[in-house]
Design a protein around this ligand. Structure first.
Ligand code: AHR
Length: 633
């Protein structure tokens, strides 16, 4: 070993050099009492849409897949026939009858032979299974009718895929020849391990015909909401301290074609009155996550809704010409705003009250369309102007966001999107440094460093963090920003877009390194950006310095994207500060390192304390994102 050399350096000496290898020191001078500008309190929020099974099979906690029998495979996807013992039956979709005008079809179960010991029926495999835990109540319902008064009860069971063991069972009686909703609760056994390898079975023990529609099953949800959300995913979002939710898209707002857009009026009220619709991400949306559910999600996480309204352009290029043809779409947007904000004395406010939410929601931002730079017809100038005029006339306080630069009208806010590699974000950390402060405010409505799949790796997190230092430094003009996409179901076939912030399967979820960078930046946002200078920084070091004036805390967000340690001398210009500072650190050995569904906490922030003072030295490890919280005396 001693004989081995590299470039003439003995191996042991080389090891010593490498162990201490570091970049040249940087000096960071912070003016703790000099604000450059206020930090936008709305800076970090969430952008979501139905993509990667974000709602169905994701946040929206429904366990039954294709619950209305209108997914693909002619309505039977995820449903299978059950024939116990010597029972004989068949199932087929029936387009002639269904539980409502909105859901005019159903699954017809024709039972030729069955008795209580040999039942027949159908089963649902869920979204890559059904996650069950011990001693837990699962609440469900189905719509049904039968052609025979003798049909008797429907047995409802949760069954383990691998063992066939029934882990929860109940019965429902009272089927008649009319469509009716039947509710049930399934309580799981106390001795089961958490698992997604389960399915739902509905059986009868008598010959005859039964039609089934809208079969639903929910686990406990966040804040115990009926028709609510997965608890783990809501908790992950809450940890990001998001200030707003941009919804319902994205491409999902626009649909591939005009008649496949997010038609909000078809997403409110009882589930049985929601017709469901195809989404541009190649699967059918249940519309269980409807307009009111989005708003309640905002309420649960104390976020402002940022409502995107359909503006007459769909993804495959269809557009509506400004003028009379566009007027119904403008009216639809006005109705939507009224549903969100109107009192019980307004037509659409009264609908919201009827849907169970008496209090109006506060709304400040409305976005007109999505990525309308794709509209090569040039109609967006006219479309934006028409929406702008009508909305401002009725709601002058609303801030209206344009999705592309427009001529003729000055938008209040412009939405810009960036999907890039880490290197580009290192260069682009200064992107908004020279932006005209007299133009529209900026909303970075979609952005991400796209490295790593299904969720980004540490290299991407470094790109993200560099970019966010630029957003904070420019948050006088950049008032809001949201990473996209937020979610991905990592099961086979779940992903349509590579690189998504939070991954999950049916049972578990995890945050990517990029997610943790967002958690750190969101938690230590501050309300003032402080003046500062740096000397000696190379092209892989980034920082943002903010202060929470009320708490008398200065936050240094430091990013070392280099493979070497980075010493920094921090000079607070004589400010009186506590002798120790809190350090939150996210780092990895290399840029490829990542978290996965099977290794969910490999890279997570670690809290510690470091010696501090009005001038002190601190060394960042290679590939690290850190927040130093310095308390003023
Ligand atoms: O975030 C994924 C997609 O990227 C969005 O739906 C769309 O707005 C953008 O092109």
């Amino acid at each position: 070993m001693f004989e081995k050399t590299f470039a003439g350096i003995p191996a042991l000496a080389l090891c010593a050099v490498l162990a201490t290898a570091q970049n040249a020191p940087i000096t960071l001078t912070v003016h703790a009492d000099e604000a450059a500008h206020p930090v936008s309190p709305m800076l970090y929020g969430l952008m979501t849409e139905e993509i990667n099974y974000s709602y169905d099979g994701g946040l929206y906690a429904e366990m039954v897949r294709n619950r209305t029998f209108n997914g693909s495979w002619d309505g039977i996807q995820s449903w299978y026939l059950v024939e116990d013992g010597n029972a004989a039956a068949k199932i087929q979709p029936d387009r002639t009858t269904g539980p409502s005008a909105a859901l005019p079809h159903s699954m017809k179960l024709t039972v030729e032979k069955a008795d209580p010991a040999n039942e027949a029926g159908l089963l649902n495999v869920g979204y890559w299974g059904m996650a069950l835990k011990a001693n837990t109540a699962y609440k469900g319902s189905f719509y049904a009718k039968t052609d025979t008064a003798e049909m008797g009860q429907v047995r409802v069971s949760l069954v383990q895929n691998d063992t066939g063991r029934v882990v929860a069972r109940t019965t429902v009686s009272g089927l008649t020849s009319d469509w009716k909703q039947h509710s049930f609760t399934l309580m799981t056994a106390g001795d089961i391990q958490p698992s997604a390898a389960n399915h739902l079975v509905l059986t009868v023990g008598h010959p005859g015909t039964v039609w089934m529609g809208l079969v639903s099953l929910f686990p406990p949800t966040y804040h115990d909401r009926t028709n609510g959300n997965r608890i783990d995913l809501m908790e992950k979002m809450a940890a990001m301290h998001p200030q707003f939710l941009r919804f319902p898209g994205g491409n999902y707002l626009e649909g591939d074609h005009i008649n496949e857009r997010f038609e909000w009026k078809k997403t409110i009220g009882p589930l049985v009155d929601r017709p469901t619709h195809p989404s541009p991400w190649n699967y059918h949306s249940s519309d269980g996550m409807g307009l009111l559910e989005f708003l309640e999600w905002c309420e649960d996480l104390k976020m402002q809704p940022l409502l995107a309204v359909y503006a007459g352009y769909s993804l495959k290029g269809d557009h509506v010409e400004p003028g009379a043809a566009l007027e119904p779409f403008v009216q639809d947007a006005l109705d939507e705003i009224e549903y969100v904000t109107g009192g019980a004395d307004t037509k659409w406010g009264a609908e919201r009250v009827k849907d169970g939410h008496p209090a109006p929601f506060a709304l400040k931002y409305v976005e007109i369309g999505n990525e309308d730079w794709f509209d090569k017809s040039g109609s967006y100038d006219g479309r934006y102007a028409q929406f702008y005029k009508a909305i401002k006339a009725k709601y002058p306080a609303l801030q209206l966001i344009a999705t592309a630069p427009v001529k003729g009208t000055t938008p209040d806010v412009l939405d810009e999107h960036f999907y890039v590699r880490a290197t580009q974000n290192f260069h682009d950390a200064t992107h908004y440094d020279k932006t005209d402060r007299n133009g529209p405010k900026i909303f970075v409505g979609e952005w991400a460093t796209r490295e790593g799949t299904p969720t980004p790796n540490m290299g991407a997190a470094l790109g993200d963090a560099a970019w966010m230092t630029g957003l904070e430094r420019n948050s006088d003009i950049v008032i809001m920003a949201s990473y996209a996409p937020l979610f991905v179901n990592v099961n086979p076939g779940g992903m349509q877009w590579e690189s998504d912030l939070i991954g999950y399967d049916t049972l578990h979820s995890y945050g990517s390194p990029s997610y943790w960078a967002q958690v750190m930046f969101g938690e230590y946002l501050g309300d003032q950006a402080l003046k500062s200078e740096s000397a000696g920084a190379g092209d892989k070091f980034f920082y943002s310095i903010t202060k929470n004036v009320g708490k008398k805390q200065v936050y240094l967000k430091l990013v070392n994207a280099s493979s070497l340690a980075q010493p920094v001398t921090i000079d607070l210009g004589g400010a009186q500060v506590a002798g120790t500072a809190k350090l939150v650190s996210l780092s990895a050995r290399d840029t490829q390192a990542t978290n996965t569904i099977n290794d969910r906490e490999r890279i997570v922030p670690v809290d510690s304390t470091v010696q501090a003072g009005s001038k002190f030295s601190h060394t960042l490890p290679p590939y690290s994102i850190q927040v130093l919280q310095i308390d003023e005396k």
